[in-house]
Design a protein. Structure first.
Lengths: 548, 93
């Protein structure tokens, strides 16, 4: 990287300056005095200058170094794009600072939620340098994702402003506020360009992320779990770019075996290695073989056997009935075998709602409308989402799982592989495996089928059937092992999975249909209070998708 | 299947409207809402989950309230088996 030392330092400084600029802009909105506004406008020249210097450095490097390879040129292009967009963010900051003077009441903005915009923008700026210099695609995608969240925040505030405008009061203040939010939203567009530039510099191709949805769909179709988890991104982008998956010679016969290379946070990768080892003692061959493991400053990488087969998610779309039935049968057989073999009569507390509470803020960022307030409906008081959660936390304390088994921990239908030739099932992405409540795997599996954004009637019907059958299968296991609180735990697990899944779903209607299922179950559970939890029964129909 | 429609308009007061609401409530509770007119009859049997929206508007002294119930009229027993696929044969002991 020494070749780019000058550039590296400059772009780092520029990112820092722009982050400060955005931070000062936030301060202007909090207390819009002259001194604060002045700080923002004066820093802009300084940042413009940075852009020119970087541009010059980029061009002179392109011309001055004849030995630059494609990767080198790609990097320089990316730096140039990033600096251009950083400069634009700074310009928007100035625009915002200038708008503030049009507010007749300086506290007017307090009625709107502008801080979340700044959290997103500053959070994304914070990882630009790391993403670029560590060639970290997962961070790059996080930067891209900021744009999507900013759009949502903008829409939310836009609607609020339009509604208020209809009252005819405070028009000037409302329009000024709208402009401010519009500039914040445009900062998101610049961040998207920055994220894409980083991806370009790593992958060497222009991968356009026009739409987060499209990105997610393509991730799904490749059989990798929903985004936002580093390891998954690594592997998938590796697959796509061809730079992270290599071929190694298998044995003397010259066969070549695909290997998969994952890199990420040390803790995760290391845990995956340990878990694979444990799985190997439970059911040899269930998980991929570990070919290599390396550690370096906080990060680690692992070289895994590339398992052939289809993910269960792909199989649901397969029209071959027998193929599907064999796979589904084996999925259940394998699960039952593992559960029986690893069962330990050791009660564990239930923690689904605690897990949900940790992630609910992320859900609200993506879907502010789910953060419903308390509602009075005639003489009926309908609790807010937060109140429901609080009450459920109490319920959860009363419920324990009677035994543990070794669970997958992220038992999505795309973490299960089926190899038809060998008639066996494989588990992948096992870094969350642990001795725990099998109901966690059951609920994650059920919702991983439900949440597929596929609305074709035949596929949907198949998904419904898979869910119902799997529920019956798990229920039967619970009965055999005298698990009397299975139903209530499953309800809590489904509440968690339905609601947390919405943070990846941008289709409002579909996300809404999952959210209201979660809320329905919450209300059902709370209505059961006072009676023994053993008597609770989960309604099967909750798993059936309909357009609502 | 042809659409079956029922429509009934009337004028009520705040006491008499209760009869209608109670009738609806009883219908839901018993799982059967019957509407007949002339020689026709429409029977609704809400068994699945019911999506319920309430919308009210107050504008220039005029009030509008829309209660909307949506559900799927498929018998519970066949709820999961309305497609071409049957997977009952395997996986059970």
């Amino acid at each position: 990287m020494h070749v780019f030392e000058g550039l590296e330092q400059r772009i780092q400084f520029m990112v820092l300056e722009v982050a400060k600029q955005v931070d000062e802009t936030l301060r202007v909105l909090i207390s819009p005095d002259e001194a604060n506004i002045e700080k923002v406008t004066s820093r802009d020249d300084y940042i413009d200058n940075f852009k020119s210097v970087i541009e010059n450095a980029c061009f002179s490097r392109l011309h001055g170094q004849s030995h630059l390879d494609k990767a080198g040129i790609d990097f320089i292009r990316a730096v140039n794009i990033i600096s251009n967009n950083l400069e634009r963010i700074s310009d928007f900051s100035v625009d915002i600072a200038r708008q503030v003077q049009y507010l007749s009441d300086q506290r007017f903005l307090d009625q709107f939620e502008y801080r979340p915009f700044f959290r997103q923008i500053l959070g994304a700026l914070d990882i630009v340098v790391r993403a670029l210099f560590h060639r970290d695609l997962s961070l790059a995608l996080r930067i891209c994702r900021a744009e999507f969240i900013l759009d949502k925040l903008y829409k939310h505030n836009f609607d609020k402003i339009i509604t208020r405008l209809q009252t005819g009061k405070e028009a000037q203040n409302l329009i000024t506020t709208l402009f401010i939010f519009r500039y914040l939203e445009r900062m998101g567009d610049s961040l998207l360009n920055i994220g894409e530039a980083v991806i370009f510099s790593v992958v060497g191709e222009k991968l356009k992320i026009n739409q987060y949805q499209a990105l997610r769909d393509s991730l799904d179709s490749l059989g990798v779990d929903l985004p936002l988890r580093e390891v998954d991104f690594e592997s998938i982008w590796g697959t796509r770019s061809g730079c992270r998956i290599g071929k190694v010679s298998g044995d003397n016969k010259g066969d070549s075996t695909g290997v998969i290379f994952k890199e990420g946070k040390h803790k995760k990768i290391f845990q995956e290695k340990i878990n694979i080892h444990e799985w190997e003692t439970i059911l040899p061959g269930l998980t991929p073989k570990v070919f290599g493991f390396q550690e370096s400053r906080g990060n680690a990488s692992i070289l895994l056997e590339f398992l052939t087969g289809c993910t269960f998610q792909e199989i649901v779309f397969n029209e071959d009935k027998e193929f599907f039935e064999d796979a589904f049968f084996l999925v259940q057989e394998t699960a039952a075998m593992i559960w029986q073999k690893t069962l330990k009569a050791q009660p564990v507390p239930c923690s689904f709602i605690a897990q949900l509470s940790k992630r609910i803020e992320d859900v609200f960022v993506t879907h502010p409308e789910f953060n419903t307030p308390q509602v009075q409906f005639c003489n009926l008081m309908i609790p807010s989402t937060s109140e429901l959660l609080e009450q459920l936390q109490q319920v959860e304390l009363e419920v324990t799982a009677p035994f543990t088994v070794f669970i997958h921990g992220d038992y999505n239908s795309n973490n299960i592989l089926y190899n038809q030739k060998e008639q066996r099932i494989h588990y992948i992405d096992v870094h969350r495996s642990t001795h725990g409540d099998y109901v966690q795997d059951v609920s994650v599996f059920l919702v991983s089928n439900f949440r597929l954004p596929i609305f074709d009637r035949i596929v949907r019907c198949k998904l419904n059937q898979v869910s119902l059958h799997y529920l019956h299968f798990a229920r039967q296991f619970a009965q055999e092992y005298h698990d009397t609180t299975f139903e209530i735990r499953l309800a809590l697990g489904l509440i968690r999975s339905f609601i947390t899944s919405t943070r990846f779903e941008l289709n409002e209607e579909f996300a809404g249909s999952m959210f209201i299922r979660g809320v329905y179950l919450m209300e059902l559970v709370l209505a059961h209070q006072g009676r023994p939890w053993e008597a609770f029964r989960l309604p099967d129909r909750i798993l059936r998708y309909r357009y609502y | 299947m042809a659409d079956e429609k029922f429509r009934h308009e009337s004028l009520q007061d705040k006491e008499s409207i209760g009869k209608y609401l109670n009738a609806l409530s009883d219908g839901f509770l018993n799982g059967k809402l019957q509407f007949s007119w002339k020689n026709k009859r429409l029977v609704l049997e809400p068994q699945s989950l019911i999506k319920f929206d309430v919308e009210t508007k107050k504008k220039d002294g005029e009030v509008k309230m829309v209660l909307r119930f949506r559900w799927e009229q498929t018998p519970e027993s066949s709820m999961f088996a309305d497609g071409p696929l049957v997977i009952e044969a395997q996986g059970k002991e």
